[in-house]
Write a protein that binds this ligand. Structure first.
Ligand code: CUA
Length: 341
């Protein structure tokens, strides 16, 4: 079964590789067998024929032809690889958390599922995945996609379902006793059916609204004020902006950065802020919570690809408190009280 935008091309590449390599292997075997039979020494007295020292034509042919054949296959494979690795900008984003032994999927609008994922047909879907324990692997054979899911970092993969249906999801990395039971279903729905399905799940509230609750529950709001007068940076506009760190380096505020600020806050410090203020949440929150908090922070800021702040005429602004850089709501350095916990 093939049911994604890349499946047909993956199959084509696979069969071309099989046919080309199979043909070459069979041709070489035939020449070896033929030569062994036809040229074998028939008696003790038979002398070998005079050897051919070299033939430029033959040697050029068997060097150049395979070279172009293999470079062609390489180029095709590389193009397909990049197609599979690079999600389109307009992809629907879904967060996936793997744990022994289940798949948890969360869409930004609040549809949360276990061992299943509903997606619309014809729309690109990008999965941002992490694991709570060991390495798993997200494998949907009908879509021809497989991606390892690692603890402590985000990996991603995308697909576009082309036919409505129900497709097997497997874990393709041995992850413990019930690895074989870590399976689920991807439901590809007609766009209308999908909308209907979304509305049924809307009662749960959006991922961002759950994140907002956590934001207050964990006390984040005590320091991260939106008027910029808190002890910690104002998080409005943070998502996908460039953050200037103490020491002068910069980092893109993506999911990995935000996650790291929660789990290993001392690793990086935003310039102008005290590095000891942000507590370590690694023993208090799980990957689900992190995803909800990220969704909340996303909801406060510009979407991926947009510049920060929202005026496209200006170059992307740096996040953090730089002299001369007008970050909305950020107080001048001397107005802050560094070191207060
Ligand atoms: Cu999870 Cu195998």
């Amino acid at each position: 079964m093939s049911a994604s935008s890349v499946a047909a091309e993956v199959d084509w590449l696979f069969w071309v590789l099989v046919v080309v390599c199979g043909t070459v292997a069979v041709a070489i075997a035939c020449v070896v067998i033929y030569s062994a039979i036809h040229y074998h020494r028939r008696s003790e007295n038979e002398l070998p024929p005079p050897s051919i020292s070299n033939s430029v034509r033959i040697e050029t042919a068997w060097t150049v032809i395979p070279f172009f054949l293999f470079m062609g296959m390489f180029a095709w494979g590389a193009k397909l690889y990049f197609d599979i690795e690079r999600p389109p900008d307009d992809a629907l984003e879904v967060y996936v958390v793997a744990k022994q032994w289940m798949w948890k999927t969360q869409q930004l609008d609040g549809a949360r599922e276990i061992n299943q994922l509903h997606v619309p047909v014809g729309r690109s879907v990008k999965l941002l995945m992490t694991s709570e324990d060991v390495i798993h692997s997200f494998y949907v054979p009908a879509f021809r996609i497989k991606q390892d899911v690692l603890p402590g970092r985000y990996t991603s993969i995308w697909f576009r379902a082309t036919q409505p249906g129900k497709y097997h999801l497997f874990c393709a990395e041995y992850c413990g006793t019930k690895h074989s039971g870590m399976i689920g279903w991807i439901y590809a729905l007609d766009p209308q059916q999908y909308q209907h399905w979304l509305q049924e799940g809307a009662a749960e509230g959006s991922l961002a609204s759950s994140g907002e609750k956590l934001f207050h529950q964990f006390g984040c709001a005590n320091c991260h004020h939106f008027d910029g007068h808190g002890r910690c940076p104002n998080l409005q506009g943070l998502y996908h902006s460039t953050v200037r760190l103490a020491g002068g380096s910069t980092v893109l505020a993506d999911e990995s950065y935000i996650r790291r600020k929660l789990f290993d806050p001392r690793a990086t410090t935003v310039e102008g802020y005290d590095k000891n203020t942000m507590p370590d949440f690694s023993h208090q929150i799980g990957e689900d919570d992190v995803i909800q908090l990220i969704a909340y922070i996303r909801s406060l800021g510009p979407q991926p690809g947009s510049t920060f702040p929202s005026s496209p005429a200006e170059p992307p602004e740096l996040y953090g408190n730089q002299p001369g850089i007008a970050y909305p709501g950020a107080p001048p350095l001397q107005n802050r009280t560094p070191g207060i916990r």
